[in-house]
Design a protein around this ligand. Sequence first.
Ligand code: 5GP
Length: 199
Amino acid sequence: MKKLESEIIERGKVLPGNVLKVGSFLNQQMDVKLLSEMAKSVYERFASKGVTKILTVEASGIALAVLIAEKFGVDAVFAKKTKTANVEGGVYSAECYSYTHKKSNTLIVPQEYILSDDKILIADDFLANGEAIRALRKIVLQAGASLVGVAIGIEKGFQGGGDALRNEGIDVYSLAIVDKMDENGIQFRSKQRLKNPKG
Ligand code: 5GP
């Protein structure tokens, strides 16, 4: 999505450790118009698939998930992160290693929020190694629901998580795919290298 790519170039910052900071427009201060355009593109991509629920993980996936859910006219659910592996009954749960925070969490969703006849679209702001999406997919499987696909704001293609999921037959739709980023610039998939990023 062109608009998202140009915002990443203009306002994104490449931090050490392959982290792309987009807090100024995507996941702390939120450009709601941009997020809404992103959600519209996701809706158009999956409109014919009978999606009944959007599933994401707290906190930074929630804004995009809510806007996508609004386009589909369905509810959005987020998995909560807990530090303990000993979760109470009545929930679906899956382990997830956080790339940005360098620690493991257990993701939990109350069983009553995902039903076996749900058709789930998973959404998140970023896809890097694919840990978060794999944990959410485990939760969908535990519920006996079906996974329609995965919608991502920014995929860091060079970390390989998205392509591994695609190779397993999962329909992963990313609005921007960064294939290379460093102090010299950010390169999107199938595009020329663009101007220097700040930061
Ligand atoms: P994965 O589980 O695919 O390795 O990483 C995805 C999760 O880590 C996302 O939920 C996102 O919150 C976080 N994440 C991964 N890479 C980045 C990044 O470069 N920037 C930001 N802001 N978050 C990231």
